[in-house]
Design a protein around this ligand. Structure first.
Ligand SMILES: [Zn+2]
Length: 425
């Protein structure tokens, strides 16, 4: 080992550059990869990604970019670089393994670490966010480079009257949040649905305070009514019936994005049997047998198989997939999200599964990448992430295979970088 260190030192001396030191070697260059910058342009072959102080300085061909002499250069020939994945609908901090009820600063950090190691470099937590999350928000620029950047929505807004619900909006605002979130859904007839007069008041108050509001919905009728009321994000798929021309037109007119969360549907029934992905080494990277043990219990599996909600959501999944394809074809902006971070919606892994399901629904790899990079940043209003544009954070993935030929290649994850620093495995 000592020998190697001496050899490396002399090699650095020979090359006339010092050992990369975070204080002095502020330039980093990644050379030789195919670079997908997230803007939807053709990938750059044999490209250079030049970083300074954790931010993108330039992206281009080797011929076009001059690499500063003191840059720390990494040859990544044959690899593929894409921006870090943004999950626009997750939940952070409450679940440990598959168990809820663990909300704490440490668990927030642990959850964000899992996301980061899977290449999910930004997560928008849409509800269930408590005061411990506030200091960790991305807007404070305190993001450690070993965890995903965090945006939060605070408490999911509820109330028996407009005044009661508006009070929750105000409370979230006081705590410090990035978004507001409501649910308009009767949970297959098992819960009261928030009345329009309440969600209209909540949406208006949120806008007054300058927040975008994400709405959980299930039915086409509710989705349309929420759009009318001013919702800024459809946080799930329309699942009860095919979307119609009037809805598509309204989505486009209002320029509202649609977040399919197909894996949310999957999670409602997939544990009726032993999920195939439990055997996937990529899954096992973060989730061991102890974690999934309760899901292997035959009685629990049978209970899920026989539950009405599992059967209904399973039947509605093809509707959700068809709606995603229709809306995407019609030019409605699609924003990537999973609703992971709820029990048995496995953070990090489910994002890659979601991408595979979006492909199954008929979206192209390029469309799926766009949903998780540029679109997510743009429609959620996230600053300095999403694309490898100059000035943005150097949050990116190095993949062994091309995600644009098969989106499942996001699972050929070689390395993850956040703010130009490698996320440790
Ligand atoms: Zn959710």
């Amino acid at each position: 080992m000592k020998k190697l260190a001496i050899y490396l030192c002399s090699l650095f001396l020979l090359l006339g550059c010092s050992k990369p030191n975070p204080d002095t070697a502020s330039y980093q260059a990644f050379t030789g990869a195919t670079i997908i910058d997230g803007n939807g342009a053709e990938p750059i072959l044999n490209g250079v990604l030049l970083i300074r102080n954790g931010r993108v300085l330039a992206v281009g061909t080797q011929a076009a970019i001059e690499i500063p002499e003191n840059a720390a250069v990494q040859d990544v020939k044959g690899k593929f670089i894409m921006p870090g994945i943004i999950n626009a609908h997750g939940h952070v901090g409450d679940v440990k393994g598959i168990e809820p009820g663990h909300y704490s600063t440490q668990n927030l950090l642990d959850n964000l670490g899992i996301y980061a190691r899977y290449g999910i470099t930004t997560v928008v937590s849409l509800g269930g966010d408590k005061k411990e999350a506030e200091p960790l928000r991305a807007v404070h620029d305190t993001t450690s480079t070993q965890r995903a950047r965090l945006y939060i929505a605070g408490e999911v807004i509820t109330g028996k009257s407009p005044a009661e619900a508006v009070a929750v909006v105000n409370q979230n605002h006081q705590m410090g949040v990035d978004f507001m979130k409501i649910r308009v859904d009767d949970q297959l007839g098992t819960a009261p649905r928030m009345p329009a007069e309440i969600y209209r008041a909540v949406i208006d108050r949120s806008h007054q305070l300058g927040y975008k509001i994400a709405t959980h919905m299930y039915s086409l009728a509710d989705a349309r009514s929420l759009l009318d009321a001013g919702s800024d994000l459809m946080a799930h798929s329309v699942r009860d019936q095919p979307v119609d021309a009037a809805f598509i037109q309204l989505m486009k007119k209002k320029n509202v994005a649609y977040c399919p969360t197909l894996t949310r549907e999957l999670s409602t029934f997939v544990y009726g049997d032993t999920a195939i992905f439990f055997k996937d080494p990529f899954f096992q990277r973060e989730y061991d047998n102890a974690v999934i043990q309760p899901l292997l219990d035959p009685a629990r599996q049978q209970q899920m198989r026989e539950s009405k909600s599992a059967q209904t959501y399973k039947k509605q999944l093809p509707v959700a997939m068809a709606n995603l394809k229709t809306l995407s074809d019609q030019g409605v902006p699609i924003v990537f999200g999973t609703d992971s971070g709820m029990p048995a919606r496995f953070m990090g892994y489910f994002e890659h599964l979601e991408m595979a399901m979006m492909a199954e629904a008929g979206l192209s790899p390029a469309q799926i990448v766009a949903s998780a990079t540029k679109n997510a940043a743009q429609y959620m209003g996230l600053k300095n992430v999403g694309t490898l544009a100059k000035g943005n954070w150097a949050d990116f993935l190095i993949l062994d295979e091309n995600p644009l030929t098969d989106i499942r290649n996001t699972q050929k994850l070689n390395k993850v970088y956040i703010g130009g620093k490698e996320v440790k495995k």
